[in-house]
Design a protein around this ligand. Structure first.
Ligand code: GLY
Ligand code: MN
Ligand code: MN
Length: 402
């Protein structure tokens, strides 16, 4: 991946003004309680530019230079926690030749530049003070926001980045198959979630986000993550989950019958959502917007929900489908740099995730795939993850755990 980070830095440098320095922090570990810490979450903009997932590092770039500052090794730290990243490892991952220790990151290194670019992503939120915001306070320099420049670069994925998402999707598929093998009535939703987690943990990868395992009417709550209800015979169960590969995310939803067989009514509604999913995928090509893709779903639902007697007039669609059909996908699950009314371009990766949520019928269905926008149209990166009624029923009848 070291070439990848160089390519990304080159793209970002092109948008920088002369006589400016960009300073991007990898982030700190945050204290949780007593001597506990939250799991470290690297600043994704830093990762985009370095491919290094370590706390306390600083990247600096000007139009024609780049320096990475790392921590010096520490014997006591090594005895308790482990080794810190070395200069050689840093170079191998990032392809930055000039790696120095943090002691050299001094005011005289950056205070002569006309502008300092900082990642001000969290400036607008009532959030923890990031190293960038602290830096902005500590040194009264002329600051510009690096965030829009880096996120623009993140929205277009290179081949290597697409491969990473594809690797995450292979693990996600394996996890979903393990779930399908485990499905049975009268188990907690978290029991099935554990079958997904087992596959990820075995490969030492982290999930892209909290898994949703929502049976029956729980699936009508979009971000239901408690997963603490019992899945009942005859209900559907909606899974929305994803693995990662080097922090690149997969984001897949699949909906299965708990007992392995869809009822007639479940089939009717499932078929409608699957049609929407396939129609949207077929429509993806450069130039179209995510808003236009969502309009395809609404148009289909206006017709189908009337026919299936879920609604009496088309204004009611919004009561049963209440999110957008697509978002960008990458180092963040809801990735940055692409908005709903922006025409898609080659290299964007987006989700396609129509759903239908009918509380009074105890049903929530969502079918989500991950799609690469290509020069001519699109490529479904999650094509191998089964989703037709026939394939799901067949898989479940073959492999069900007794
Ligand atoms: N997992 C959240 C989403 O599908 O957008
Ligand atoms: Mn999802
Ligand atoms: Mn999604």
């Amino acid at each position: 991946m070291n070439k990848q980070a160089s390519i990304n830095r080159k793209t970002v440098k092109k948008s920088m003004k002369n006589n400016s320095m960009m300073i991007i922090f990898s982030g700190n570990k945050l204290k949780s309680s007593a001597d506990g810490e939250y799991p470290f979450v690297v600043n994704r903009n830093f990762y985009h530019l370095t491919q290094i997932n370590e706390p306390n590092l600083v990247l600096t770039m000007t139009k024609n230079s780049e320096v990475l500052f790392i921590e010096e090794s520490d014997e006591l730290f090594e005895k308790w926690i482990g080794k810190k990243i070395s200069k050689q490892e840093s170079f191998k991952k990032s392809n930055i030749e000039d790696v120095r220790y943090l002691a050299d990151f001094k005011e005289e290194f950056f205070n002569n530049y006309e502008n300092i670019y900082l990642d001000l992503e969290k400036d607008q939120f009532n959030n923890y003070p990031t190293p960038a915001l602290k830096f902005k306070e500590d040194f009264k320099l002329h600051v510009l926001d690096a965030y829009p420049i880096i996120t623009k670069s993140r929205a277009t994925k290179s081949l290597t980045e697409v491969e990473k998402i594809s690797e995450a999707l292979i693990i996600t598929d394996e996890g979903l198959k393990n779930i399908m093998r485990s499905l049975k009535a009268n188990k907690k939703e978290s029991y099935f979630e554990a079958h997904f987690d087992f596959v990820l943990k075995s490969k030492n990868v982290i999930p892209a986000f909290d898994t949703i395992a929502a049976s029956g009417a729980n699936a009508t709550t979009l971000h239901y993550v408690t997963n603490d209800n019992i899945a009942k015979d005859g209900d559907l169960i909606l899974f929305d989950l994803g693995a990662t590969s080097d922090l690149y995310c997969a984001d897949i939803s699949r909906t299965y019958p708990v007992n392995g067989k869809f009822t007639k009514r479940q089939k009717e509604l499932y078929k409608m959502v699957l049609d929407a999913n396939e129609m949207v995928i077929d429509a993806i090509k450069p130039g179209i917007t995510m808003k236009e893709l969502n309009d395809i779903v609404i148009k289909l639902y206006e017709k189908e929900l009337l026919r299936l007697k879920v609604i009496k007039n088309v204004e009611e669609v919004k009561n049963y489908y209440y999110h957008g059909v697509s978002h960008s996908l990458g180092l963040d699950t809801h990735d940055v740099g692409l908005d709903r009314s922006q025409p898609l371009i080659k290299g964007n990766v987006i989700t396609v995730e129509p759903g239908i949520y009918i509380k009074e019928e105890n049903i929530g269905i969502r079918i989500e795939d991950n799609i690469l926008v290509t020069k001519e149209g699109s490529l479904n990166l999650s094509k191998h993850i089964i989703k037709s009624i026939e394939d799901i029923e067949e898989f479940m009848s073959d492999v069900k755990e007794k």
